[in-house]
Design a protein around this ligand. Sequence first.
Ligand SMILES: *[C@@H]1O[C@H](CO)[C@@H](O)[C@H](O)[C@H]1NC(C)=O
Ligand SMILES: *[C@@H]1O[C@H](CO)[C@@H](O)[C@H](O)[C@H]1NC(C)=O
Length: 196
Amino acid sequence: MAISKTFCSIFSILSLILLSIISSLTLAEDSHLFHKTISPTLLGLRKEKLSHLHFYFHDILSGPKPTAVNVAQARMTNKSSTGFGLVMMADDPLTSGPEPDSKLVGKAQGIYASAAQDELGLLMVMNFAFTEGKYNGSTLSVLGRNTVFSVVREIPIVGGSGVFRFARGYAHAKTHTLDLKTGDAVVEYNVYVFHY
Ligand SMILES: *[C@@H]1O[C@H](CO)[C@@H](O)[C@H](O)[C@H]1NC(C)=O
Ligand SMILES: *[C@@H]1O[C@H](CO)[C@@H](O)[C@H](O)[C@H]1NC(C)=O
C-alpha cells in the first residue's frame, strides 16, 4: 500500500515536471507568434477624429518643368477621343491657395491613367505626401475614379501613414482652372478623413 502511494506521488511529480517542460516549449513557440489580438491603446490609439483638409492640386503638363509626364500609352490611345490607355506619372504640388506660388503643403505623387472609353474617366492611384506643420511626413493614399469633366468628383481615401494611420475617407475634387490647349489644371480638393 505504502509502496504504491510513494509510486503514485513520484508519478505525479514526474507528470508535473513533464507538464512544465511542455508548457515552456509552448511559451518558446509563443515568442514566434504570428498573430494575436492587442488593445488599441498599445499603439497609442485613443479617440478617432475627423479632419477636413483643403488645398489646390496643380497638374502642369506644359512648359519646361511639367509636374506630370506621359509614361505609357497604347497604340490606339491617339485615336481614342478619351485618350484611353494613357498613363501619366505625377509629382503635382499641393498648395494652400489656387495660385501656383501660394504656400506648398505637399505633393500628389503617383499615377493617373485614362481608364474609360466613352467619357474622360481617370483611374487615380496616388499618395498625397504632406510637408506642412504636424502633417509633415504623413501621407494619404488615394485610389479611385476621376471623371474630370464632372463638376465634383468623389475619390476614396483608402489609407494613410504618420498622423493619418488607419485613415479612411473621401476627397471631393473640383476643377478650379483648366487650360484645354495645354491640359494644365488647378483642382480644388476638400478631403475628409477619419484617423487617430
Ligand atoms: C500618336 O502619338 C505619337 C507619339 O506617341 C505621335 O508621334 C503621333 O504624332 C500621334 N499621332 C496622332 C495622329 O496624334
Ligand atoms: C519636414 O520634415 C523634413 C524631414 O524631417 C524636414 O527636412 C523639413 O524641413 C520639414 N518641413 C517643414 C515645412 O517643416
